[in-house]
Ligand binder design. Structure first.
Ligand code: C2E
Ligand code: MG
Ligand code: MG
Length: 711
């Protein structure tokens, strides 16, 4: 090994200069050759402290070389660093491991620079080696700790997050994105900007979260439904806390999220099993009281009624005993489905056990409303059931109690419905009975009326009376209104006011209306023939008739078949026909008008027609409702209304007729304010056609005895 003389001279100088300095530094100054061993040619300072070897042992590789001291794993890269520095004529820094004399690993920091000869050839490396083991170990410990936590964060199964108080994600782990169905954390961040609106299903859930945080500084097992990216709804449970800065200001929330959908579904399943009948899937007795209680609250809020209907199958025991349980079960399942089909979505069908069911019917305004459902139940149950290749027919007995009429609590209502059901069994089964006899009576009457109404058409029990109309200007009869009368064979005449509304409800009005129209047209033709002049006849068209699809063609047919001049037919339409659909109302008016008939708005002033629409109606007459006329003497306020209606009608080019005129005062008054026509008992009651003809022949007002002819 040869050290050049120039280097020896340099060493002498530097040695002198650095000695004092190095003695005070915690490290080792060195100069080594740029060779395979990093042969140390100069060492000053703490060689022993740093490497555990005396400097003599390292100098000129007497016992060990610097290369050998360097940790085998670091040798190559350290050399690369130094090679690069040599090439670039630059100093270098490297932190690497050495193995000291005790065989321990120490961390050193080496700062060095290449030394060149006059020919710019590399001669040696000079530098400073320092022990950095304590710093390095703590750095490594910190790094490892961070790695460990990051690993927990990244690999946790629970979602972990930090959110700002205003609902933005600050930080979260991949599990959270995964729970919410996002491909990656980035996907989640891009998609959710408002946790409150986009994540929680239930409105106000985030507010609840924030309020709990405000009150307790944390939330525990906060359960909520959230939207996943794919639209699926899952259940989560959150545990979270507030994080505040040194001044106590809220910085963010941090917490964990667990997907508890499976547990929730399991709980729901258990709850479903506890509250539903296993055979039919219907709610069971446990749910009955809850539901009923709930319905009573709703009925209070909307001031309507709830019906509790106990249903017992009449022949179940027989079938069950003779055909076996399997057939019995089948029958119950079929009945459950049929009962559900008989009620509305908002109602409830419960299986109490055995062959007993309960219906809870809500939103009833009057008890008559349930007669339809009960009829449906009776006939649905009575449909034949095919079980195991055989047809069975069963019936049922129904008992009904009504809230609030019969009782105000669930126990009473259920007890009363049960006892009404026994009443129904006693009265021959296959029927329904109310707990209260008065209700039974009311319903009986109604059913009786419906039944007889159906017979009346075939039995030719209907007839028409005509009420003349008087024209103020000429003082003569200018037409008549045809009004239906029902004269049952074995009873008193029944007023249309009591049967028309029922016929409206059950749809029978369509048949009755057709009969009235046909009869009135034929009688009008006969009337015109006898009079040898044309007199218009008015026919009432009820709201349901008006909405009936075939109305226009029905009118056309009646006109064609009778040969009546369309101008002699006037249709009276009530304002309430308009309520449903103004567009189609006006369209039908125009179609009727196109047939050539006249149109009148009946009972004007009591319906809902908006003044704005009136101008669009192709109507010839307004008939002022009786209420404005009948109390004219005692209700002076009606004067203003009457005047306004007359002015309105006239301004649209319509004639105005007042009905229900009963006194001379009313007649004179209406005449005085410009009303065109009148109709009322003062002039004539509705009378049979022959009496009307006689009246016309004499062109006089009827006598009181003629007036008695009318009901
Ligand atoms: P409406 O069309 O407003 O008929 C006028 C009603 O007022 C008739 O009652 C008539 O008898 C009665 N009336 C006439 N003048 C007076 C009076 O001076 N004083 C009093 N208090 N009443 C008077 P009616 O015949 O009992 O008919 C009642 C309602 O039944 C009719 O009201 C009409 O809406 C309906 N109606 C009658 N016949 C038919 C029909 O053939 N088809 C349809 N759809 N409804 C009809
Ligand atoms: Mg009328
Ligand atoms: Mg009227």
């Amino acid at each position: 090994m040869k050290i050049s003389t120039s280097l020896q001279a340099k060493l002498k100088n530097s040695g002198r200069m650095l000695k004092a300095l190095i003695d005070n530094l915690n490290g080792m100054v060195y100069c080594c050759l740029y060779d395979a061993e990093w042969t140390l040619v100069f060492i000053a300072g703490g060689c022993k402290e740093l490497t555990g070897y005396e400097s003599a042992a390292l100098l000129l590789n007497r016992e060990i070389s610097l290369e050998a001291v360097t940790h085998p794993e670091d040798r190559a890269w350290v050399r690369q660093v130094i090679d690069a520095a040599v090439l670039a004529h630059e100093p270098f820094v490297a932190e690497y491991r050495i193995i000291n004399a005790d065989g321990e690993i120490c961390w050193v920091s080496e700062r060095g620079c290449p030394v060149y000869n006059d020919l710019d050839e590399i001669e040696a490396i000079e530098g400073f080696l320092q022990n950095i083991t304590p710093r390095k170990l703590s750095e490594i410990a910190a790094h490892n700790a961070e790695e460990r936590y990051r690993s927990i964060f990244e690999n946790a199964i629970e979602g972990i997050y930090q959110t700002s108080p205003d609902g933005h994600y600050l930080n979260f782990n991949p599990a959270l994105a995964n729970i919410y169905g996002y491909e990656s954390a980035l996907d989640l961040v891009r998609s959710i900007s408002d946790i409150n609106r986009q994540l929680y299903v239930q409105a106000g859930k985030r507010d609840e979260f924030v309020a709990l945080m405000g009150a307790h500084g944390r939330v525990i097992n906060f359960e909520a439904e959230v939207h996943r990216k794919d639209g699926e709804i899952i259940w989560i449970s959150e545990n979270a806390r507030e994080v505040r800065d040194q001044n106590g200001a809220l910085m963010f929330y941090e917490g964990t999220v667990e997907d508890i959908t499976a547990r929730k579904h399991h709980e729901q399943e258990i709850e479903y099993q506890a509250t539903h009948d296993a055979l039919t899937g219907l709610p069971n007795r446990t749910l009955l009281t809850d539901r009923l209680q709930q319905y009573l609250g709703i009925a209070d809020r909307y001031s309507n009624k709830v019906a509790v209907a106990f249903i017992d199958l009449d022949q179940f025991k027989l079938i069950n005993d003779s055909m076996g349980h399997h057939a019995g079960d089948e029958l119950l399942k079929i009945m459950a489905t049929r009962l559900e089909d008989c009620v509305r979505e908002s109602d409830t069908v419960v299986r109490l056990g055995g062959d007993e069911f309960v219906l809870l019917l809500t939103g009833l305004n009057q008890i008559e409303d349930i007669s339809d459902s009960m009829q449906r139940v009776l006939s649905a149950v009575a449909e034949p059931c095919a079980i195991e290749g055989r047809d069975f027919v069963v019936s049922c007995s129904i008992g009904i109690s009504i809230y609030p009429d019969d009782g105000r609590d669930t126990t009473t209502l259920l007890r009363y419905a049960d006892s009404a059901m026994y009443k129904s069994k006693q009265s021959g089964r296959n029927n329904y009975q109310f707990y209260t006899d008065e209700l039974n009576q009311r319903l009986m009457e109604r059913l009786d009326m419906e039944y007889r109404l159906r017979q009346a058409l075939e039995g030719e029990e209907f007839l028409l009376h005509y009420q003349p109309k008087l024209d103020f200007a000429s003082g003569k009869i200018c037409g008549a209104e045809a009004l239906i009368r029902w004269q049952p064979r074995d009873g008193n005449m029944i007023s249309p006011a009591s049967f028309i509304p029922i016929a409206e409800e059950n749809g029978f009005i369509e048949d009755i209306g057709r009969w009235v129209l046909r009869t009135a047209c034929c009688q009008a033709v006969e009337l015109n023939r006898q009079l040898a002049r044309k007199l218009p006849i008015a026919v009432n068209v009820s709201p349901r008739q008006f909405r009936q699809a075939g109305l226009v063609s029905m009118v056309r047919t009646a006109l064609e078949e009778s040969g009546l001049d369309p101008a002699c037919l006037e249709l009276e339409i009530t304002e309430s026909s308009l309520v449903h659909d103004t567009g189609s109302f006006i369209k039908t008016l125009y179609e009727l008008k196109a047939l050539g008939v006249k149109l009148a708005i009946d009972d004007f002033g009591t319906g809902y027609s908006s003044m704005a629409y009136l101008k669009d109606f192709p109507v010839d007459r307004l008939k002022i409702d009786q209420v404005f006329v009948s109390h004219l003497e005692t209700e002076p306020k009606n004067i203003a209304i009457l005047k306004a209606i007359i002015a309105l009608g006239h301004s649209f080019g319509m004639k105005v007729i007042a009905e229900g005129v009963e006194t001379a005062y009313q007649q004179a008054f209406l005449h005085g304010i410009g009303c065109n026509e009148l109709q009322g008992f003062y002039f004539s009651k509705p009378i049979p056609m022959n009496a009307f003809l006689a009246l016309l022949a004499e062109d006089r007002v009827p006598t009181p005895s003629e007036m008695q002819l009318s009901a």
